[in-house]
Write a protein that binds this ligand. Structure first.
Ligand SMILES: [Ca+2]
Ligand SMILES: [Ca+2]
Length: 493
């Protein structure tokens, strides 16, 4: 990483490049600066005499560049490369006068980078009043790279995943990554797993910046001795007219279902919170079922607003039957299983509605907070604007009266398991009859054996925020069509 430009609070970033000859002959060195964001590459050549060292002060400025970017050094003889990046703030400036500590960014040989399928950890990251964390990625390879980043909290909980596409020689920095990607504002012990999905020669590093001085500390990536942590495997099936439907794998495990006493906004039907164990991995729809998916399966023509979620579909038309797992032949899920069998696709007969417990586990994504993006106690629980919620959901706080009721799926950030639009957007039908919880631990629960209304989950596009919590429950008659209820599918392993 190299820089020439202003930062926050009057900081002025400069990079010096050191070139130490270790050859018996003069080294001819080309120095290239690849700016972040895609500006044109700047370069110059320089010579280093045998045994000599040259230092290019403010190398980015010398090259006529500005901003952040990646330095590339090409030499015809062996040289040792160092770089220092530092804040050349003016002495006497009101904020951190006299400049700050510099950063050492290691030089990497081409074969030091992560190859396809390889990964590394960035650790000791923070996002709080005191510190913020940035992640920098550089593609040293000759082909485009796709890098996946998974962010974890200090207990190992997966907060979110995202991917970054990098052209060759491209540098990219994610600033305040925990806040901007995962809505986390009070995280003391974060780590990130960086893996290369496509391409090669990828270098990753992080910087943890002191918010009072704006001094960064550089964190190099360390290769992991073991395999990657499990991150949501996806399966895509093709519906009629080749409309794709994506489901995401959710891990088996134990969690607390319902809300704890004292959770702000909770209702009596979320009580008592109780232990639930799901013994098998399963899949949930990555998004609510869309209008195009519904029309394709049900044999209608292409709809308008194809990427909006389908609404006004009854529980009976989604599944029918009695359990949510053996759906009637002419229901959406019945027709979906028939289509998969007829087209020889995997998973025929395995698609069904999620149980209420499966929905809540998938939505919580390993979290125990009110929302899968935190407790969000700094915002109100009604329909007032809230910057944190706005990153993750459609609810009354970001719905304008002039808006179409729904929005295209997948516009907000996913939850930790890679599911979109679980909070808000639409209530979602689940398989279970609605009934009171009991305190005893449950294993693979399927809810009451009889009832009159089915459970819906997650709130909808003009809900107050408190109705979009992970534990919120409501109910509706299975024959009822409502413009505020949709659904997402489940699939057994
Ligand atoms: Ca939803
Ligand atoms: Ca309720």
């Amino acid at each position: 990483m190299a820089a020439h430009g202003p930062g926050m609070h009057g900081s002025r970033w400069r990079t010096d490049l050191g070139l130490r000859s270790v050859a018996a002959e003069q080294a001819n060195v080309e120095v290239r600066f690849h700016p972040m964001g895609g500006g044109s590459m700047k370069s110059q050549t320089t010579q280093v005499a045998p045994g000599a060292q040259s230092v290019l002060e403010d190398v980015v400025g010398q090259l006529g560049g500005s901003g952040n970017g990646a330095m590339e050094v090409v030499s015809d003889r062996p040289v040792i490369v160092t770089s220092r990046t530092y804040n050349q703030i003016a002495a006497g400036a009101a904020c951190t006068p006299g400049g700050t500590f510099g950063q050492y960014y290691a030089a990497h040989r081409l074969d030091d980078g992560l190859g396809e399928g390889e990964g590394a950890w960035l650790t000791h990251l923070a996002e709080s009043d005191r510190f913020r964390s940035n992640i920098a990625l550089t593609n040293m390879g000759a082909s485009p790279a796709t890098v996946q980043v998974a962010l974890f909290d200090g207990a190992g909980g997966l907060l979110t995943t995202f991917s970054v596409d990098l052209a060759p020689a491209r540098f990219h920095q994610e600033t305040r990554v925990y806040f901007n990607r995962a809505g986390q504002g009070n995280l003391q012990r974060g780590s990130a797993w960086v893996t290369v999905a496509a391409g090669s020669g990828v270098i990753a590093s992080a910087s943890v910046v002191d918010n009072s001085t704006n001094d960064p500390t550089t964190i190099p990536a360390l290769r992991a001795p073991s395999a990657a942590p499990p991150i949501g495997e996806e399966i895509t099936v093709l519906l009629p007219n080749d409309v794709p439907l994506v489901v995401v794998r959710i891990p088996a495990g134990t969690f607390m279902m319902g809300s704890p006493e004292g959770e702000r906004g909770r209702e009596s039907d979320e009580d008592p919170q109780h232990q639930v164990t799901l013994t098998q991995d399963y899949y949930l729809g990555k998004y609510p079922v869309t209008r195009s998916q519904w029309m394709a399966v049900m044999g209608f023509g292409a709809p308008d607003r194809p990427e909006h979620p389908i609404t006004s579909v009854s529980w009976n038309s989604v599944c029918g039957g009695s359990t949510g797992s053996s759906c009637t032949a002419d229901s959406f899920i019945g027709r979906l299983n028939t289509h998969l069998a007829a087209t020889g696709q995997p998973g025929a007969g395995k698609f069904r509605m999620p149980t209420e417990a499966e929905w809540e586990r998938g939505t919580r994504g390993g979290t125990t907070t009110r929302f899968s993006h935190g407790d969000v106690l700094a915002c109100g629980d009604g329909a007032e604007p809230c910057a944190v919620h706005d990153q993750f959901m459609w609810w009354g706080g970001n719905h304008a009266p002039s808006d179409w009721p729904t929005q295209p799926v997948g516009q907000k950030l996913p939850n930790p398991y890679g599911l979109y639009d679980v909070h808000g957007m639409l209530w979602e039908w689940v398989a279970d009859w609605y009934g009171a919880y009991t305190a005893s631990p449950k294993v693979d629960p399927t809810g009451p054996s009889t009832g009159s209304v089915r459970v819906v989950r997650g709130g909808f596009y003009i809900s107050a925020a408190r109705f979009c919590r992970s534990a919120t429950r409501d109910s509706e008659a299975p024959g009822w069509n409502s413009s505020i209820i949709g659904f997402r599918v489940a699939r057994s392993l």
